[in-house]
Design a protein around this ligand. Structure first.
Ligand code: PBG
Ligand code: ZN
Length: 321
């Protein structure tokens, strides 16, 4: 074949390389996570996640306007309530932190921002688990009813999408039924369908105050040794009515399999542990190039949507090119 086939022809200049590139990372792919803390009076940096903040209610104008200026299309919201109990009742309270935050953001951004509400119990329960607990066990079916209530309260407040992250079996179906019953047939479900049990969520648990008081999450989150199981999880969620499926953390092989085997809108979450690894690596290599490459690889693997704490930096870097 050589010398007739010369791969270097299409690598000759930046113009040609851009022209033939198969993948592109764009600002429209990005989702930025925001933490809203009901106990705060002013914004506070999260020590475990450098350059990330918790914001108080009533002061969301600054972070939201920044996203609008950067043309980031979507936010995902996490709430830290002032009151926790065993059933996480402030997760579905009409005047709960997340319900208030959704309304405030709608007031600032109107329809210019897609508002996604994370839907879980761990920030709202005193034991810190994603489901109801009885005799040290995390209950499945009893939890579903509460998820339905949370979904309806978030939709009522004005969320475009709810994002259940608790990994209870049947959660998507329960939420779909609850939403439809109340007339919210157009509220989408972005399901954390494939969520692994990993140390990579550690910084987030400080950020969102969602750490558990006993045990761990291994009876509901996936074992990292499994990949076929990811396909089964994602398939089940699609059948139950998920509109978008998420792979979390952003494991490349799993993104690739889910996208190529299921051909469904696929999101991935570059989680807090990935964020701090990238931050730490910035001591040894060029942060911008590394972070751009890291996220482009997630797109190449098949992700349509990327939730990332680097969304704002990425938007700036992509726009300066
Ligand atoms: C809670 C939830 C977690 C994350 C998103 N939602 C943590 C967990 O399951 O303990 C992790 C996000 C991150 O690490 O950035 N259900
Ligand atoms: Zn949870």
């Amino acid at each position: 074949m050589y010398p007739r086939i010369r791969f270097r022809r299409l690598r000759k200049s930046q113009k040609i390389r851009d022209f033939v590139s198969e993948t592109s990372l764009e600002v429209k792919d990005l989702v930025y996570p925001i933490f809203i803390d009901e106990n705060l009076k002013k914004k506070k940096e999260i020590p475990e996640m450098p350059n990330q903040y918790r914001f108080p209610l009533g002061q969301l104008e600054e972070p939201i306007n920044e996203l609008l200026e950067l043309k980031i299309p979507a936010v995902i919201l996490f709430g830290i309530p002032s009151y926790k109990d065993s059933i996480g009742s402030s997760a579905y309270a009409k005047d709960g932190v997340i319900q208030k935050a959704i309304k405030e953001i709608r007031g600032i951004a109107g329809e210019d921002l897609i508002v996604i509400a994370d839907l879980c119990l761990c920030e709202y329960t005193d034991h810190g688990h994603c489901g109801l607990v009885k005799n040290g066990k995390i209950l499945n079916d009893e939890t579903l009813e509460i998820y339905g209530k949370i979904a309806v309260s978030q939709a009522e407040a004005g969320a475009d999408m709810v994002a259940p992250s608790g990994m209870m079996d049947g959660m998507v179906m329960a939420i779909r039924e609850a939403l439809d019953k109340e007339g919210f047939t157009d509220t989408s479900i972005l399901s954390y369908a494939v969520k692994y049990n990993t140390v990579l969520y550690t910084p987030f648990r400080y950020a969102a105050e969602s750490g558990y008081k006993f045990g761990d999450r291994s009876t509901y989150q996936m074992d990292i040794r499994n990949s076929d199981e990811a396909i089964r999880e994602a398939k089940a969620d699609i059948e139950e009515g998920a509109d978008i499926i998420m792979v979390k953390p952003s494991f490349l092989d799993i993104i690739y399999r889910v996208k190529t085997e299921l051909k469904y809108p696929t999101a991935t979450y570059c989680v807090s542990g990935e964020y701090v690894m990238l931050k730490a690596a910035a001591n040894y290599l060029n942060e911008k190039n590394n972070v751009l490459e890291y996220h482009i690889c997630r797109k190449r693997a098949g992700a349509d949507i990327i939730i990332t704490y680097y969304a704002k930096d990425l938007a700036r870097w992509l726009q300066e090119k």
